[in-house]
Write a protein that binds this ligand. Structure first.
Ligand code: NAD
Ligand code: DAU
Length: 352
């Protein structure tokens, strides 16, 4: 069985590919544009595998996608490719529309054409799985129930609006053409190989460098954290057992304020790598200007995926964050390489 994975050199995609290849019996073709967030080193350990093929390219390149589909005859397409950072979508939204909306549309359309030409048996097993986000549902107040699959879409940032547009297109391609689609809407991920522009790796690396820990606004915004390999397992469950045309919410049942997340990171670092001064890393916390339009709270109701597919997260935030911090402590070389000129430019622009 072959799966065409897009955006597999990023954070979640690379964890997914590694996990799937460990299972055996599956070949992966990974097409990735290698933007600033993509890094082929994330998969250097599987590069030599006969079950892994890498192609540098854009999901919006219909010609290339057609070629890959015809050549590799995948049983599934899993779309991880996206511009994924909310702050960048606020600073420069255009790339988000190009990849998350137009690119997704072209990938979806090429997949529909490929699927239409398959024989009945192959048609029946083919799936197009769109990896999406809980942010399409907008923001919750503190007492609101968690997002369920029937919540209406109320995206608030250019990023979440582009992901919502993509989800609508996926839905329409199922409804109109019968393409066998699946969509997952997941909460905040963390774990190894996450690019250090996102909250958790940014805070770990800043703390280790003795730099300020920039908490936006009052730090009381809430996110629902999920360890990345739990997300990868959920995607596999949806791929193998999900009902065609359905959407599945995925989350960690682990709501925390940003300030508590940063404090927990400081606690774990105090234990694993105490600062040379003996002072807790917490003294580095500083409050900075809030993100414009900042969503206050996300929380995900995972009843459907638990009941129908038998998936549940395995890691608690406590166990997952320890593993994550240990991974960053053990992988200084990876850190040095990703903190290239482009990364430094972003940090200078965003944090001054
Ligand atoms: P990431 O930014 O780490 O990786 C994205 C990957 O896509 C990179 O390798 C990049 O090079 C590639 N890419 C970008 N544009 C492309 C294009 N036009 N063609 C081909 N490849 C392209 O993102 P991530 O955190 O791994 O997220 C993966 C997916 O999961 C995204 O669709 C994101 O919206 C979704 N998601 C992420 C989270 C999270 O917390 N990180 C949570 C829920 C959903
Ligand atoms: O909810 C799922 C989404 O989670 C994914 O769809 C996105 O791709 C992913 O990037 C993530 O979006 P967030 O905006 O929630 O993640 P980020 O790590 O950028 O920020 C998490 C929270 O921390 C958010 O409330 C903003 C805050 N924050 C972030 C940074 C980078 C800070 O307070 N300071 C910071 O420096």
């Amino acid at each position: 069985m072959t799966i065409l994975v897009t955006g597999g050199s990023g954070f979640i995609g690379s964890n997914f590919i590694r996990n799937v290849l460990l299972l055996g019996n599956v070949s992966i073709v990974n097409i990735d544009k290698l933007t600033y967030a993509g890094n082929s080193e994330n998969l250097s350990d599987v590069e030599g595998s006969r079950s892994y093929t890498f192609v540098k390219g854009d999901i919006g390149d219909s010609g290339l996608i057609n070629e890959l589909l015809i050549k590799h005859k995948p049983r599934a397409v899993i779309n991880f490719a996206a511009e994924s950072h909310v702050d960048r979508s606020i600073a420069s939204p255009e790339d988000f529309i190009a990849t998350n909306v137009v690119g997704l549309f072209r990938l979806l359309n090429a997949s529909k054409d490929y699927w239409s030409d398959l024989g009945q048996k192959d048609k029946d097993v083919f799936r197009f799985l769109q990896v999406s986000t809980d942010e399409v549902y907008g923001s919750l107040d503190s007492l609101d129930p968690a997002f369920s699959e029937t919540n209406r879409f109320e995206p608030n940032s250019p990023y979440s609006a582009s992901k919502a547009a993509a989800d609508h297109l996926v839905r329409a391609y199922h409804h109109t053409y019968g393409l066998p689609t699946l969509t997952t809407n997941c909460s905040n991920n963390y774990g190894p190989f996450q690019f250090p522009e996102k909250l958790i790796p940014l805070m770990i690396l800043n703390a280790l460098d003795g730099k300020g820990l920039p908490v936006y606004g009052d730090g009381q915004q809430i996110r629902d954290w999920l360890y990345v390999t739990d997300h990868c397992d959920a995607i596999l469950s949806v791929l193998n057992k999900g009902l065609i045309g359905e959407t599945y919410n995925i989350g960690g049942e682990s709501e925390m304020t940003n300030l508590d997340v940063v404090r927990k990171i400081c606690d774990v670092l105090d234990e694993l790598r105490p600062s040379s001064s003996g002072e807790s890393y917490e003294h580095l916390i500083e409050y900075v200007t809030d993100r414009p339009g900042h969503d206050r709270r996300y929380a995900v109701d995972i009843t459907k995926v638990k009941k129908e597919l038998g998936w549940a997260p395995r890691q608690s935030f406590g166990s997952g964050i320890k593993k994550t911090i240990q991974w960053y402590l053990d992988n200084q070389e990876w850190i040095d390489r990703v903190r290239s000129g482009a990364y430094r430019e972003w940090v200078a622009k965003q944090y001054g």
